[in-house]
Design a protein around this ligand. Structure first.
Ligand code: NOJ
Length: 511
C-alpha cells in the first residue's frame, strides 16, 4: 500500500475547464501548475486529472488515440512532466486517467486491426469471423472496415473494446484469456502504465475497470486475474504508485489489487441516499434539511462493504465527478457544509471535484464532446468575478464551455474574502483531517448513534467523535461523550454535556 494514501485527499481536475493560461478558451497543464498552490492550500494533496491524451474527443478524451502523447490543446508531454515535478515539489501526487477497456476508433491499433490482412493487431480488438455474423450479447458495429467481421464496442460507437479474452468462450470468435494475443493486450496496457510512471506520474484512476474480460462470471474472476497481475507489476516495480478503480464494488476491486475503489452514485444505493436521492424521484437525501434524516439507508449499504474490505484498501467517497450532477444541484451551501463534514471525516480516501469547494452549480447547456447531461458539471472553474470568471482571457464565445454568468455565481475570490463561505469550511475540514490521524484513511469507523428517522448521527473515528445534524430542528441524543472536548464545529455551538444537543444544520467534532 503506497504510504502517501493514508493522508491523501484528492482533487479531480477536468483539464478542459480548470485554468486557461494561453487564452485559447480551454484549460491547460500550465494552468494546473499555476493553481497547485491554491489546491494545496485547500487541503488537497493529490490530483486526478481526467484523460489528457491525444484524442478525437468524441467522449471528452475517454476515446484515446495515442496513450503516450498528450492532447496538444493542453500542452506538451514536457509540460505534463513539469506538472509532475511541480506537484512533487509541493509533496503532492498526480494520478492520470487510464482507459484500458477501449480506445478511440482512430487509434493506430484499431486501424491495423481493421485491415483485411492478418497482422500483430488483428486480435487486439474483438471481431467476429464475418460481417454478417453478429456479436450476440454485445454492442457491435459492422461495415466500417475492410476486414470481414463486426467488432465489439465497450461504450460509445467511437470506442471499440480491447480484447483481453473471454472467461467463458461460447463462440469460435471468442478467444480465451490466456491466448497470446489477449495477453499481449494486457502487456500493452502495462507498457502504457510504465511509460507514465517512468515520467513521474504517481498512478492511475482506472476507467471501467470491471469491463476487461468478456463473458466473465459473477465474481469477475477473469477481470480480477488481470488486475492482480497488474498489481504484482506495480508492487515490484513501482511500490508507491496507486490505482483507483471506477468499479463501485470494493469487495471485488480491492481484492483484485486496486488500492482504492470509488463508491459511485448508483440508483438507490447508500451513497445516493446521502446527497443524490433525487434519482429516486422524491428527494430524501440525508443532507437535505427537509429530508427524512435516515442515515441507516447509507449504513446498510456501506457497513458490509467497509467490514469486508478492511485492510485490503480504501473506499473512496466523492463530492461529485465529471459524470454526475454537481451536489449543488440539490443542496444549498449550508447543507453542503454538513455533507462535506461527513464525506471528509469518513475512512478511506476522499475526492473533491473541482468547483465543488465553492458550490459551483450544475448548468443546463447543450452537450459537448459526448457529455450530454454531464456537460453541465464540466463548465469552467469560477475563479473571480472578472471576464470569463477569471478562467481565461479569450472572448466569451471562444470558451470551450460557457461560464456561469449568473449575478450570484460563486467564485473563489469572493469566497476567499468571506470567512463564512463554503470554501473556508472545506479548508477547515481538510486541515482538521490532516491534523488528526484518527480522521484519515485508516482509523476505525464506529457508529455510535444512528436511528432511522432520528437525528443526530454520531460516529467515532479512532478516538474522535463526530455528530451531525443536517436538519432544520434542534436535536438531541443521549450519547456519552467520554469527557471529550470540542475541536471543531459548524453552525451554532453544540451542548455536549449529558448527551449531545445540536442546533439546526450543525456538526461538532470532539476529542
Ligand atoms: C467512465 C468515464 O468516467 C466516462 O466519462 C466515460 O464516458 C466512460 N467511462 C467511457 O470511457
Amino acid at each position: 500500500m503506497p504510504k502517501w494514501l493514508k493522508d491523501a485527499v484528492f482533487y479531480e481536475i477536468y483539464p478542459q475547464s480548470f485554468y486557461d493560461t494561453n487564452g485559447d478558451g480551454i484549460g491547460d497543464f500550465n494552468g494546473i501548475i499555476e493553481k497547485l498552490d491554491y489546491i494545496k492550500g485547500l487541503g488537497c494533496n493529490a490530483l486526478w486529472i481526467n484523460p489528457c491524451f491525444d484524442s478525437p474527443f468524441k467522449d471528452a478524451g475517454y476515446d484515446v488515440r495515442d496513450y503516450k502523447k498528450v492532447a496538444p490543446r493542453y500542452g506538451t508531454n514536457n509540460d505534463l512532466y513539469r506538472l509532475f515535478g511541480e506537484a512533487h515539489r509541493r509533496n503532492m501526487h498526480v494520478l492520470l486517467d487510464l482507459v484500458p477497456g477501449h480506445t478511440s476508433e482512430e487509434h493506430v491499433w484499431f486501424k491495423m486491426s481493421g485491415k483485411a490482412e492478418k497482422n500483430e493487431y488483428s486480435n487486439r480488438y474483438i471481431w467476429t469471423n464475418g460481417c454478417f455474423e453478429a456479436a450476440y450479447g454485445f454492442p457491435y458495429i459492422g461495415g466500417e472496415c475492410e476486414r470481414d467481421g463486426v467488432y465489439v464496442l465497450n461504450f460509445f460507437k467511437s470506442q471499440p473494446a480491447l480484447n483481453y479474452g473471454f472467461y467463458e468462450c461460447k463462440e469460435p470468435w471468442q478467444l480465451p484469456m490466456d491466448h497470446p494475443d489477449c495477453i499481449a493486450t494486457r502487456e500493452a496496457m502495462k507498457d502504457v502504465m510504465r511509460f507514465w510512471l517512468d515520467h513521474g506520474c504517481d498512478g492511475f484512476r482506472v476507467d471501467m475497470a470491471d469491463s476487461l474480460v468478456k463473458n466473465d462470471d459473477a465474481a469477475k474472476t477473469g477481470t480480477c486475474t488481470i488486475w492482480r497481475n497488474v498489481r504484482e507489476m506495480l508492487d515490484t516495480e513501482y511500490p508507491e504508485a496507486a490505482i483507483i478503480s471506477e468499479w463501485s464494488n470494493p469487495t471485488l476491486a480491492l481484492k483484485a489489487g486496486f488500492h482504492m475503489d470509488f463508491y459511485l452514485n448508483r440508483r438507490g444505493n447508500g451513497y445516493n441516499s446521502l446527497l443524490r436521492d433525487y434519482e429516486s424521484g422524491e428527494d430524501n437525501s440525508f443532507f437535505r434539511m427537509d429530508g427524512q434524516g435516515d442515515i441507516t439507508r447509507f449504513l446498510r449499504d456501506y457497513l458490509p462493504m467497509y467490514e469486508a474490505t478492511r485492510g485490503d484498501g480504501y473506499i473512496s467517497m466523492f463530492t461529485c465527478n465529471h459524470d454526475t450532477l454537481r451536489p449543488k444541484y440539490s443542496l444549498s451551501d449550508r447543507e453542503l457544509k454538513i455533507a462535506y463534514a461527513f464525506l471528509f471525516t469518513m475512512p478511506g480516501v476522499p475526492f473533491l471535484y473541482y468547483g465543488d469547494e465553492i458550490g459551483m452549480r450544475y448548468q443546463r447547456i447543450p452537450t459537448k464532446e459526448g457529455g450530454y447531461f454531464r456537460t453541465g458539471s464540466r463548465t469552467p472553474m469560477q475563479w473571480s468575478r472578472e471576464k470569463d470568471a477569471g478562467f481565461s482571457t479569450c472572448p466569451p464565445d471562444a470558451l470551450y464551455l460557457p461560464v456561469d454568468t449568473s449575478e450570484d455565481a460563486p467564485n473563489v475570490a469572493s469566497q476567499e474574502a468571506d470567512e463564512a463561505s463554503l470554501l473556508h469550511t472545506v479548508r477547515e475540514l481538510l486541515a482538521l483531517r490532516h491534523t488528526y490521524e484518527d480522521l484519515q484513511a485508516d482509523a476505525d469507523f464506529n457508529v455510535i448513534y444512528a436511528e432511522s428517522g432520528k437525528l443526530p448521527c454520531v460516529y467515532r473515528r479512532g478516538d474522535i467523535l463526530i455528530a451531525l445534524n443536517p436538519s432544520e430542528q434542534t436535536v438531541y441524543a443521549l450519547v456519552d461523550t467520554g469527557g471529550r472536548a470540542v475541536i471543531y464545529g459548524i453552525g451554532e455551538e453544540a451542548a455536549t454535556e449529558n448527551g449531545i444537543t445540536l442546533a439546526p444544520q450543525s456538526c461538532v467534532v470532539l476529542k
